[in-house]
Design a protein around this ligand. Structure first.
Ligand code: GDP
Length: 332
């Protein structure tokens, strides 16, 4: 990355210039200490002037193949047709391990990727999930500063990533399928707890012998029943709807439900939610940093093998081993 002139970059973002937005996101993804300092300055300046207002931040999750990118293509083009500017970001935990990124790949959203009112960015590929999430969260602020109205954050429905994404958006949309064997078994209980809107996708007759809409409606009813058991009275009751990202049927309804969830939060509720997210995120980052220090600690590295041998041979209990490791860490 070439030398960064913060004033030029800031002005470019404010003017909504794609190249500046792109460079700023590269900056917030960077691990270099000088880039991090610049990124902090940039974000502070963007936060000072909140004239652009908060974007609608939506997390979208579901297993691979559920139709996330097809749905985002449909929803994104639906929104840009209304004159809205839409950013698409991705959090891909597998890219943390492999260094490659799958989600947010432009070729999976052919129309949206050439839409002048859309900005698509694949998952950052370096670092821990916490690091990727930090970069994504800052990228959302850059897009907001550039006047984007909606930010869609795509993540794959495995492990911790959806919890992480739910923790940085206003509304969390979970996509599922009717035909997952036992309707409810395919869905982890944790998802029901974090989802604000659920959509049974592929409710269409595309590429299938029979129309799947009826089946999708049955699944949606069952899921809605399950949701009522998970959520308490008086809380937001997450709606369960059907849609087809491929034909576009029901996509506007999903968007309307997202709007209803936002109305339910209200202005103050939204601010409070975002503030709490920042506090939770602070501690996620602290844990991340501590983990990294533990991994790099030389005194810990020096006793690592011995502790492993002792625990494996039964000479040392796990609690005693943990104490020894922490003692070594504190020493470093
Ligand atoms: P992702 O892995 O969740 O992003 O899923 P994709 O959007 O890549 O879709 C996976 C496959 O399902 C592709 O072959 C799509 O064409 C197909 N697909 C996606 N959405 C729909 C839909 O609404 N209806 C039908 N019938 N197929 C769909």
């Amino acid at each position: 990355m070439a030398a960064v002139d913060l004033d030029t970059l800031y002005a470019g973002i404010r003017a909504g210039q794609r190249a500046s937005v792109s460079r700023a996101i590269t900056l917030v993804e960077s691990m270099r200490p000088d880039h991090r300092a610049l990124a902090r300055d940039l974000l502070a300046r963007l936060a000072e002037d909140s004239s652009a207002g908060p974007a609608v931040r939506v997390g979208i999750s579901g297993v691979p193949g559920v139709g996330k990118s097809t749905f985002i293509e449909a929803l994104g083009t639906h929104l840009t047709a209304q004159g809205k500017r839409v950013g698409v970001l991705a959090v891909d935990p597998s890219s943390v391990r492999t260094g490659g990124s799958v989600l947010g790949d432009k070729t999976r959203m052919p129309q949206l990727s050439i839409d002048p009112n859309a900005f698509i960015r694949p998952s950052p590929s370096a670092g821990t999930l916490g690091g990727v999430a930090a970069a994504t969260s800052q990228a959302m602020s850059v897009l907001e500063g550039a006047g984007y109205d909606v930010v869609l954050v795509e993540t794959v429905g495995v492990g911790q990533s959806e919890i992480t994404v739910a923790g940085m958006v206003d509304t969390f949309l979970f996509l599922t399928l009717a035909r997952t064997g036992d309707q409810l078994q395919g869905i982890k209980k944790g998802i029901l707890e974090i989802a604000d809107v659920i959509a049974v996708n592929k409710a269409d007759a595309e590429g299938a012998a029979e129309d799947r809409s009826a089946e999708a409606r049955v699944a949606a009813r069952e899921l809605a029943g399950a949701m009522r058991m998970v959520r308490g009275h008086g809380e937001w009751a997450p709606p369960v709807v059907t849609c087809s990202g491929l034909t576009g049927v029901g996509v506007d309804d999903v968007w309307a439900r997202i709007g209803a969830h936002r109305d339910h939060l209200g202005h103050d509720g939204l601010l409070a939610k975002r503030a709490q997210q920042q506090l939770d995120f602070t501690w996620t980052l602290v844990r991340d940093i501590l983990n990294e220090r533990l991994r790099r600690s030389e005194p810990v590295a020096a006793i690592r093998q011995q502790v492993a041998d002792d625990v494996l041979s039964g000479r040392l209990s796990a609690p005693a081993a943990a104490d020894a490791i922490i003692a070594a860490f504190d020493e470093g």
